[in-house]
Design a protein around this ligand. Structure first.
Ligand code: GTP
Ligand code: MG
Length: 197
């Protein structure tokens, strides 16, 4: 699939105010700083579409981008930022989980995981929550340019083994780098197929 247009639509705190759910939607979620906004920019080929930062906690709202006037990409605030207060965590929980549970046009939630780290409890628990709520998701391993292919593969194998403690099979997964554009074609193909459903 070729991206013809990628346009920012709205930022919201309340899922009820998001654009009418008339097109298939794909949301990017994961720990703060894992590379959600960078990946949206890489996939759309628009380096400044979503705001990125070296400092965790950059994305604070539910951001809708309309792609080819046919589907939505959604950039979400990350979880697990160590410096966030209890109140901020609760706010995140309410805003994001309400959005994920009630957004009827969500075709897939992409859970981003830093390819350099072994399985983290917070990600496992989040995917568990998605499963309990019967929400479809796929995993995207990010920042693969930061280490050798051999190291990435070893960590991915370890991750897949760990996932089998919780799941009957490893969910669909992708390896990406926003720097080298690794994974772009695979993710767009996956979205294209889901758009046909
Ligand atoms: P929050 O909005 O704060 O939750 O973060 P985010 O998940 O949107 O991360 P963001 O895209 O803002 O990226 C965080 C940092 O990681 C930035 O400094 C990016 O340049 C860097 N980064 C993101 N993706 C990659 C990647 O694939 N490779 C490398 N080397 N750096 C990356
Ligand atoms: Mg962000």
């Amino acid at each position: 699939m070729k991206i013809q247009t990628a346009v920012f639509k709205q930022s919201n705190t309340d899922y009820k105010k998001c654009p009418a759910p008339t097109m298939p939607e794909y949301a990017f979620i994961g720990r703060s700083n894992v590379g959600k906004s960078s990946l949206i920019n890489m996939i759309t080929g628009k380096p400044t579409l979503a705001k990125t930062s070296q400092t965790p906690g950059k994305t604070q709202l539910i951001n809708h981008f309309s792609i080819n006037d046919q589907w939505y990409l959604v950039d979400l605030p990350g979880y697990g930022y160590a410096k966030a207060s209890q109140k901020e965590r609760e706010k995140w929980d309410k805003m994001i989980k309400e959005y994920l549970k009630n957004r009827t046009n969500l075709h897939c939630i992409f859970v981003l995981i830093d390819s350099r780290h072994s399985a983290q409890k917070i990600d496992m628990e989040f995917m568990q929550w998605l499963g309990e709520n019967e929400l479809p998701f796929a995993i995207i391993f990010t920042k693969t340019d930061k280490q050798s292919k051999t190291r990435t593969q070893a960590l991915l194998n370890e991750y897949a083994t760990k996932m089998l403690d919780y799941w009957e099979e490893m969910p669909v997964s992708f390896s990406t780098s926003s720097l080298t554009k690794t994974g772009k074609d695979e993710i767009l193909k996956f979205i294209d197929e889901l758009n046909q459903d």
